[in-house]
Ligand binder design. Structure first.
Ligand code: GCU
Length: 418
């Protein structure tokens, strides 16, 4: 019964908010009137008209997002060591290398291990790469047992072989379609992925485990970092490591994520400008979608059901979207001038595809300050017809998921920009 309820909640059929049913609005006519906070005015009202001024506006916006939504992540001041778990330089008949590297983050007497599953084409030169967190463990992206089942917190998902938080062989290879590494490699790109639960567990653990344990806090502040910030911060630690690797062109690392991990990828891209490209796949509310539309998932729904994703300060915006000093177009604008891709699925109305698109439109003026075109469309493009400026966007057939169709567009977008 519990599993059935959880499933219904996940697909958005039944949404519990403190015992009441949350009924998402899916009617465009019921979207409230709203005015987006200004992108190109400083908080004191001064207009921002060039790149230099944008630098100041950018810093101001990052601080507001930290203080009001995601929390402020610590400056990394610990040690990272890496250990090769295995390496196969002759993968796919010699076309590629596959390896697992264990990064150990150490600080304050605590350690956290992150196992990176790495693929790159054997081209004898540095290659661009995609970096993304996965939902169910690296073994779900491998059909053979060289890639181990993670021995760590795992989402409780029976279908993926992780019932009772115990990952198992049952999940092996089940997510290869979501990470089509053979296509990625054949297009000349590397792929680095890791299990997000190794960075921070996805349940309300009082921020005691994962990377939060490296920064013991005592009493938390309203803007203390929460889980999305932690997952994004973990991506930055992987970037620290990639900067030392000789196979990857570290100026061309595209950080990507699906759904909650799309929110994390956006936050990583916003706070860490070393990521040369940012890709949000169906990230929805708290990700690419405009909060003020309150269409599909809302702030109130998130902070009641999954409060530990966000800083405590965010809780005051339950049903008060208009009081939030920022909206998500400003988050997207923090990627400028770096290429950004936002993708939606038409059946994934919970994530408000139109709100994701409008957010791209409203973020575009930041790109224009750099002489670049943001998203090259004024109205929602037709289904399955991607548009690609410095901001790329598509709304594809189908629902919530990171699909081969999405990857095809990301590879084309990366070819265009890298
Ligand atoms: C839930 C949640 C979304 C999230 C999604 C996911 O649907 O409400 O905000 O994006 O899970 O991560 O799959």
């Amino acid at each position: 019964m519990k599993t059935l309820l959880a499933l219904l909640c996940m697909v958005g059929i039944l949404i519990p908010v403190y015992g009441q049913k949350f009924e998402p609005n899916y009617d465009e006519d019921k979207v409230p009137e709203y005015q987006l906070p200004s992108l190109l005015n400083m908080e004191n009202g001064k207009p921002v008209t060039n790149k230099r001024q944008w630098g100041k506006r950018r810093a101001e916006l990052v601080e507001i997002f930290e203080n009001e939504i995601y929390g402020k992540s610590p400056e990394w001041d610990g040690q990272i060591t890496s250990r090769l778990i295995f390496e196969n330089k002759d993968y796919l008949n010699g076309k590629a290398t596959r390896k697992v590297i264990r990064l150990t983050l150490a600080r304050a007497g605590e350690t956290v291990d992150l196992d990176l599953l790495v693929f790159y084409p054997n081209l004898g030169k540095k290659v661009p790469a995609f970096l993304g967190l996965n939902f169910y463990g690296n073994h779900t992206i491998s059909s053979d047992d060289q890639v181990a089942v993670p021995d760590t917190w795992v989402r409780n998902n029976e279908a993926m072989g992780s019932a009772n938080n115990k990952p198992s062989e049952k999940g092996r290879g089940l997510r290869i379609d979501n990470w089509p590494y053979e296509d990625i490699l054949s297009r000349g790109y590397g792929l680095v992925t890791l299990y997000y639960g190794q960075i921070d567990p996805d349940y309300a653990d009082g921020f005691k485990n994962g990377v939060h344990a490296l920064y013991p806090e005592g009493k938390r502040k309203p803007n203390s970092w929460a889980s999305i910030a932690a997952w994004g911060w973990g991506l930055s630690r992987v970037m620290d490591y990639l900067e030392e690797e000789d196979w990857v062109d570290d100026k061309k690392v595209a950080v990507l994520g699906h759904s909650r991990l799309g929110k994390a990828a956006l936050w990583a891209g916003a706070t860490d400008e070393r990521f040369g490209m940012v890709i949000s796949n169906n990230s929805g509310c708290g990700g690419a979608a405009l909060s003020r539309r309150a269409y599909g998932e809302t702030i109130g729904q998130m902070i009641n059901v999954i409060p530990y994703w966000f800083s405590d300060s965010f809780t005051v915006y339950d049903k008060k979207e208009n009081e939030l000093p920022v909206d998500q177009h400003q988050l997207l604008a923090l990627m400028a001038p770096r290429p950004l891709y936002v993708a939606s699925g038409v059946e994934d109305q919970w994530a408000d595809p139109k709100g994701e698109f409008l957010s791209c439109v409203a973020a575009s003026p930041a790109y224009e300050l750099f002489g670049k075109e943001g998203v090259p469309a004024e109205v929602l493009p037709p289904l399955d017809q991607p548009v690609m400026g410095s901001i790329g966007y598509h709304i594809r057939s189908g629902g919530h998921g990171l699909l081969p169709y999405d990857w095809k567009q990301y590879l084309d977008f990366a070819d265009k920009h890298f």
